[in-house]
Design a protein around this ligand. Structure first.
Ligand SMILES: C[S@@+](CC[C@H](N)C(=O)[O-])C[C@H]1O[C@@H](n2cnc3c(N)ncnc32)[C@H](O)[C@@H]1O
Length: 284
């Protein structure tokens, strides 16, 4: 089957324009096969025979546009997703950052594409544990961004199902969560470490320079060209020697390889090299 039937080409173009205008969301940046698969799943599940027919309704229905947007952003996440990667952060990267930056100001961590908050709150819990072990206070700040404001609202509420916490230990649950009916509320201490902000990774820089950037399970949905650009841009968003952690199915691409040293191939952790970045002015 054609990825996009010819009679639907106009509707796909119109949908791109609508999502860009209403949500600032650029479908061109994502893998077309993946995007079309999800769009047609939605079209069929709503009982429409074609994208064209669906678009005519969508165009007059902001609620359905919101639902389609949510469906396209793919928000799947959980606490301590890929536990071995978080263990590596806890045992090696966070203590190393503390040792390197002691007395030199707050350590900045950025969770880019944070979804409903499970990733940045997992980080906050580890950061609190590391600070407790080493007898340090107020050493970290976590910025958490996502393009989807609906998931950010859930993150701010901080209420999670028991299933979302299946990778957390009993000790972590009792120390950092408050039981709430059949789920849990994130506790005050981890919550206080995280600032959530709506931002599109493709256009909005984080503001402050970062010491550790987590961008996991987002890049796989982007086109190769955009993956290369985003990973390269991260190097410019970091302080010297900053760390980058990608998802298990993601890796450095093209020229972005120049900017990082591979610290843990299995956990997809990289460290910024001391090399000039594209756009840096050569020293005279
Ligand atoms: C599959 S979730 C990954 C969540 C978390 N990082 C993890 O690994 O569990 C991907 C998230 O990336 C967000 N996202 C997609 N494109 C984005 C963009 N251009 N800028 C910021 N966030 C984006 C989605 O809204 C979604 O919440």
């Amino acid at each position: 089957m054609d990825l996009l039937p010819s009679e639907d080409v106009w509707a796909f173009e119109a949908l791109k324009e609508l999502l860009m205008g209403e949500k600032g969301f650029d479908l061109e940046a994502y893998k077309v096969r993946c995007i079309l698969r999800r769009i047609y799943l939605r079209v069929r599940s709503k009982g429409f025979p074609s994208l064209g027919q669906y678009f005519k309704v969508l165009n007059r229905n902001p609620e359905e546009l919101e639902r389609l947007f949510q469906y396209l952003t793919i928000n799947v996440t959980e606490f301590f997703r890929n536990p071995s990667a978080f263990r590596y952060l806890y045992e090696r990267i966070l203590p190393a950052l503390l040792a390197e930056r002691v007395g030199r100001g707050v350590i900045n961590i950025w969770s880019a594409g944070c979804s409903s908050g499970e990733e940045p709150y997992s980080l906050a819990i580890l950061v609190l544990e590391v600070m407790k072990n080493l007898g340090v206070r107020n050493a970290f700040h976590i910025l958490a961004t996502d393009v989807d404001v609906a998931v950010l609202a859930r993150a701010e509420t901080g209420r999670y199902s028991a299933d979302a916490l299946k990778n957390a230990t009993e000790e972590e649950k009792s120390r950092y969560f408050i039981p709430d009916g059949d789920g849990y509320l994130i506790g005050k201490k981890p919550k206080g470490l995280v600032t959530f902000r709506a931002a599109n990774l493709l256009v909005d820089p984080p503001g402050e320079k970062q010491d550790l950037i987590l961008c996991r399970n987002l890049l796989i949905y982007l086109s190769r060209e955009k993956q290369e650009k985003v990973i390269s841009n991260f190097a410019g968003d970091m302080r010297p020697g900053g760390y980058l952690m990608l998802g298990k199915a993601e890796t450095l691409i093209g020229r972005s390889r120049l900017y990082y040293q591979n610290i843990s191939p299995t956990e997809r952790i990289y460290r910024k090299r001391d090399v000039p970045l594209e756009g840096d002015n050569p020293t005279p």
